[in-house]
Design a protein around this ligand. Structure first.
Ligand SMILES: [Zn+2]
Length: 75
């Protein structure tokens, strides 16, 4: 029997996720290199121990992009 590790809940949607479905805070910062994304309220509130699932990453990336697009439209 495989010992289950602590269940991991995405800190955004709260759903329980497998470890291959989630990113840690460090991974998020390391992979994106995107200051707009990292400055997002949700992402910047992530602690070292929080994890986030891929679906929420995609939602946030889209939101960040939409916000940028609407800012650019005012120029
Ligand atoms: Zn999530």
């Amino acid at each position: 029997m495989i010992k289950s590790i602590n269940p991991m809940n995405c800190f955004v949607c709260g759903k329980e996720k497998q470890d291959f479905e989630v990113w840690s805070n460090k991974l998020v910062i390391g992979i994106t290199y995107d200051s707009d994304f990292q400055n997002n309220d949700i992402i910047s509130n992530m602690s070292d121990k929080d994890i986030i699932c891929h679906q929420c990453i995609i939602v946030i990336q889209k939101k960040v992009k939409d916000d940028l697009d609407s800012k650019n439209n005012f120029l």
